[in-house]
Design a protein around this ligand. Structure first.
Ligand SMILES: Cc1cc2nc3c(=O)[nH]c(=O)nc-3n(C[C@H](O)[C@H](O)[C@H](O)COP(=O)(O)OP(=O)(O)OC[C@H]3O[C@@H](n4cnc5c(N)ncnc54)[C@H](O)[C@@H]3O)c2cc1C
Length: 383
């Protein structure tokens, strides 16, 4: 028999991972408190918002006009000189392959679905720590609208993003090495034509350790951005982006660009954490490095990790086992079985590319890997 608590679960962070975990756990019968330190979910936007139709379908989220900005029908990959390979799925399917979503509206929509499932949402509420109690529960310390509050729970889900603190509360090594953090910068622009495809440019000349992109964003807008590994360049991502826009083979298409928004952020291109659970704690999404190390995409993997954690915890807390690291490790094992083993494979693939010493060969390998990744017959299509 479990001790009484205010909530079975406190989910820290209402991004795609946390909101999905909260929704699935609440639907599974748990009482769930979902907290986010932001006063407006998803803002400021630090994401291009590209997500596959398959990712939404898997987690039962319909592509509503409320958050979809544009439909995506395939990819164009370019090498550093501009040689392009087009993978246009309009030849194979009528439905869009994916979407570009507005992260503010998308995150709000996901939180709304969690609330509809029964979770309680507290905005402008920062989780600052937890204190395990002798009765086997834990007290979660929050600052809500500037005032300290504590609630008791059985488990805390750390879905608190790339700079996760929840893992650190439990001594999990979440600090990310500089060489494994892609520093990203992007402009939302008007006046640039797009073609319903995600356009991706590889080559260290433009984006050392990463790639550049041009995505459709609906209503005459586009996103042009890039990510770089800061250990592979003296310059920051903004410098590389400006040079890409003026000097690359896309310069003609980009010369009329009028910048309407500036966005940036870090993407962990690191290995998934080897420890993703501690006593009373489970980590998911960016917090656990559930990011595709080849594409830097983390929405799909966050949604999947949220579903896995929500399902696991609803099942786990229906039983009598104490929420110790040893028992909560089952969530990590489930993640490995469904997704993690493939993520590790992608990480090894990426590491192999960047171990190559010859820059031209590195460029060729990255380009071939990206292009292969997006092909209809890719073994990684579901990640
Ligand atoms: C420039 C850029 C472009 C990107 N483009 C894409 C893309 O096109 N497609 C794609 O799939 N991925 C993309 N990504 C990656 C993607 O944004 C992330 O992988 C994804 O948002 C991870 O989801 P998450 O739920 O784990 O974390 P997040 O979305 O980061 O959510 C974490 C939440 O936790 C909250 N939080 C943090 N600490 C606390 C605390 N102590 N208490 C309460 N709340 C807290 C934060 O406010 C935040 O709302 C991009 C990233 C960047 C930087």
């Amino acid at each position: 028999m479990r001790a009484n608590v205010d909530y079975d679960l406190v989910v820290v962070g209402s991004g795609p991972a946390g909101a999905t975990a909260a929704r699935v756990a609440a639907r599974g019968g748990l009482s769930v408190l979902l907290v986010d330190k932001k006063q407006e979910l998803g803002a400021p936007i630090q994401c291009s918002g590209a997500v596959s139709a398959n990712a939404l379908k898997e987690v039962g989220v319909r592509p509503e006009g409320e958050f979809v900005l544009d439909a995506v029908h395939g990819f164009v990959t370019y090498d550093a000189d501009g040689t392009e390979e087009i993978l246009d799925y309009r030849r194979h399917r009528d439905e869009p392959l994916g979407y570009v979503v507005d992260r503010r509206r998308f995150d709000r929509h996901l939180a709304g679905l969690a609330e509809q499932a029964g979770a309680e949402l507290w905005l402008k509420t920062e989780a600052t720590g937890h204190t395990p109690r002798p009765d086997g529960t834990t007290e979660v310390h929050l600052t809500r609208l500037g005032r300290p509050v504590s609630v008791t729970a059985h488990v805390v889900v750390g879905a608190d993003g790339v700079q996760s603190q929840v893992g650190r509360w439990a001594g999990i090594q979440t600090r990310i090495k500089l060489k494994e953090l892609a520093s990203c910068f992007q402009f939302v622009v008007e006046g640039v034509e797009t073609r319903g495809l995600l356009e991706i440019v590889t080559g260290e000349r433009w984006a050392p350790g990463g790639y550049a992109w041009l995505f459709p964003k609906g209503h005459g807008h586009a996103e042009v951005g890039l990510g770089v590994a800061r250990t592979m360049t003296e310059q920051d991502a903004r410098w590389h982006l400006e040079r890409f826009m003026t000097d690359s083979f896309l310069a003609d298409r980009l010369k009329g660009a009028r910048i309407v928004e500036v966005q940036g952020g870090g993407v962990p291109l690191a290995a998934p954490l080897k420890r993703q659970a501690a006593d009373h704690i489970v980590l998911i999404g960016d917090a656990a490095r559930h990011v595709n190390p080849i594409t830097g995409g983390g929405i799909h993997t966050a949604l999947r990790a949220g579903t896995i954690a929500g399902t696991f915890l609803a099942d786990f807390l229906a039983g009598d086992l104490p929420p110790t690291a040893e028992h909560l490790e089952g969530c990590h094992q489930q993640w490995l079985a469904e997704l993690g083993t493939t993520m590790w494979k992608l990480y090894d693939l990426k590491t192999g590319i960047f171990r190559e010493r010859d820059p031209a060969r590195r460029d060729a390998l990255l380009h071939a890997t990206m292009t292969g990744y997006f092909r209809p017959d890719s073994e990684y299509r579901k990640v």
